[in-house]
Ligand binder design. Sequence first.
Ligand SMILES: Nc1ncnc2c1ncn2[C@@H]1O[C@H](COP(=O)(O)OP(=O)(O)OP(=O)(O)O)[C@@H](O)[C@H]1O
Length: 242
Amino acid sequence: MTSMVLDVRQVHAKYGKREVLSGVSLQVPAGEWFCLLGPNGVGKSTLLRCISGALTPSSGDLLIAGHSAISDPLAAKQRLGYACAPEQLPGLLTGRQCLEVYAQAKGLRDISADVLALARELRFEGYFDSFVDTYSLGTRQKLCILLALLGEPTLIVLDEAFNGLDPASALQVKHHLQHRLTDGRCAVLLATHSLDIVEHYADKAALLIDGRIVREWSETEIAAFRVQGDSAMETALAQAAS
Ligand SMILES: Nc1ncnc2c1ncn2[C@@H]1O[C@H](COP(=O)(O)OP(=O)(O)OP(=O)(O)O)[C@@H](O)[C@H]1O
């Protein structure tokens, strides 16, 4: 068993004949907030879809808490909290029904208390009994996040999950994730274009270009960007991507 919460090993992935991921490797230990960066269309969501099991890599392997998402998908998925895209939510269910179905799928008797508490903090409770197809983008995004947090996932995977959230709600989610990370209960993988989140919350960041990780930044390097200010990380990212 690996001690890594996420271990991506030389993953290749294609849509039809077009290869989008060309040997991606990365590791995320418990307690780490890892941000995946990269220009539009380089394959960040594709990598996250491979981790979630929605897309099968053409080669390579992805281990979640030591369980292969390819050869042992059930064990891998039991340890995964994946925030699906807001448009993938079932519009004809209510928020409460979505949470109950996910909770059952995770083997829980009820919706977890800490997820209910976060729903209160996000002012989501008023939407519990409304149909998802009546939700605004931000409200859908909140539900995607709440669903991903059910059942104490060891790995939390978020794809641009802060898009559309109002600043107060975004802050509540960031603090909630930080709390789980501080307890060492999980690791977080976030695909994002928000360098503000990277500078203030990430323990590590990586840049995906042309289907490969071309650059990683450590916590110390990210802290230095924060101190330098003046768009230091933006400049470093643009240089690495050029
Ligand atoms: N279902 C699909 N079928 C065919 N091509 C796809 C499919 N999904 C994504 N692609 C293509 O794969 C490439 C990578 O897409 P992906 O969504 O992973 O990029 P991304 O890095 O997440 O982009 P963004 O930052 O814009 O969200 C893009 O060229 C995209 O057009």
